[in-house]
Design a protein around this ligand. Sequence first.
Ligand code: GDP
Ligand code: MG
Length: 670
Amino acid sequence: MKKCVVALAGNPNVGKTALFNALTGARHHVGNWPGVTVEKRVGWFRYRGVKYEVVDLPGTYSLGSYSLDERIARDYILSGEAAVVVDVVDSTNLHRNLYLTLQLLEMGANVVVALNMMDEAEQKGLKIDIKRLSSLLRVPVVPTVAVEGRGIEDLKCAIYEEMTQHPRHHHMTVGYGRAVEVMIARVVDVLRSHPQLEKYSLRWLAVRALEGDKDILKIIEDAVGEESAKKIKDIQKDLRNVLDDPVIFFADKRYELIEDIVGESITGGREEWSYTDLLDRVTSHPIFGLLMFFALMWAVFEFTFRVAEPFMDAIDFLFSQLASFATRNISNAALSSLISDGIINGVGSVLIFTPNIFLIFLALSLLEDSGYMARAAFVMDRAMYRIGLPGKAFIPMLVGFGCNVPAIMATRTIEDEKDRLVTILIAPLMSCSARLPVYILFAGIFFAGREGSIILSMYLLGILLAVVTTLFLRRFVVKGKPSPLILEMPPYRLPSLKAVLLNTWERGSAFVKRAGTIIFAGVVVVWFLSTYPGGPGSDINHTYLAYIGRVAEPLFRPMGWDWRLVVALLLGFLAKEIVVGALGTLYSPSGGEEASLRSSLQSTFTPLQAYSFMAFVLIYVPCLATLATIRAETRSWKWTAFATVYLVALAYAVALLITAVGSLLGRWMT
Ligand code: GDP
Ligand code: MG
């Protein structure tokens, strides 16, 4: 009996496995792909006297070299083992799905398109002209509903015909415009008459080579030898003279073609009416998407600030009551001072931000769980690729807004060493939640009514400096180009309350825990240094801290910060939360007076000094743990030292610049 292998390819969640089950019934076994732990499912069915072996490939959005799944799927199709590739397509989302289809066609696979989820398409009122789609793609297209077994016989028939047809018909090709086609033809010339390459589509190899796919370049080099490989490198150089970015160019051309195909084959209820697509038009737009992202972030800060205020007042009141209670009831002067001025004031001044932190995490979890963050990632991906960051850097950077330590660890998903190093070095510029208390405190005192904008400006400043740093590193230190990534786009969902709350709780409680441990220890040290040698109640200007602060103060005189701020910065090296904790202790009026940290800060500083201080806190080394993580992940003291020196110098320069520009502006305005 004749035998034929059929592979099922498609994006994740399009119904490949459902279709696999419908085709094969229970006749299958599960193994692993060679050398890796990715599941490989193989099954059988018979049709018109032929035995078909069906292989369920991992779900992928493209067939590049960026992930294990992609490589498995690509290599399997390249191996030529499968006589027919069934491309399973979600008919409610042709725009996204056809990208893979085009790649399969470019590879020269014998494709049968299974237009799955037709029931959902019908429900949405989409009318897909199957004949038109089939003739545009020049492959058989079979509508299916895998879960109900609809269209399965037709699909088997189409597979049978695809396998038996002679001669093979010609697939459609993606046209890339004359200038680029000339380059492709030149590469194809180099690739011709090499027996090892005969089984591949030379045009596809050429396109991938021009796109810079490292795996494909390796295959080519092995086959054609070094000299011919050099010719291809020259053609690549020529191409780069014509295009500023080949990767984006090729992807854009494919999407243009997809746009045309979808436009021609969908009639009646138009696809745009799907609210996911409609939303995506806005959220994934290169400009509106970015603006929307920033607007949302601003709304998050503004909203959380307003809602948190009464809670913060309540906690403030509670801690001041606690402090005066402790002062009144503890007779030992040193102990009373330690507990009320040191611990209660210090830890309290950090814990007061708990409501705010929880609310911000709540808002971010909502955005994440609804599927919005993936869109933001998509928009950032392209923007970041343009400045020389790999797309995969966005996730670590996003994590960095929570905490820089896991952000740096999350760079492990970036395969390229240079990409990874650049991402590690800029991760500390993402404003983590430990900096928030400083922003909230200073914005609340000095910029009342505009807190949201001021805090957002800190985040934007961090991002801006990350961009500048990347450009600098790419130009002078870690040269090279980043590798791109096509991100997964989950559908929009109603966020699950449980998942959101759990997520919020985990992140929020970590903040409280740090207040209870490292910040507690920090404020005890601060209290000791700010009380002795004079002892409790003595003049703060004659304490160890004042001595230390005075030594460092001249350095910061241009910014006009007094020694207490300088000391808080020094202690902030340990952890940023200590900055506010230390200020709480340093500015606490001894004896639990009514005057609060807020009012003493307000009477001591100008808004400009406050703003430059916030910027400094944003930029200089986040904390000792981050430095330790940089050391662990780069395995290099050199890069750790580089990061430290660079960040401190940058912080100083930016704070100075803000001071200078601010006072100039101030002079103009008055
Ligand atoms: P895979 O990731 O491509 O293997 O997708 P699955 O086979 O796991 O299917 C993803 C989800 O889509 C499952 O919940 C299926 O029940 C559902 N599904 C698959 N095919 C269809 C279909 O034709 N119509 C509908 N409405 N749902 C489907
Ligand atoms: Mg599956």
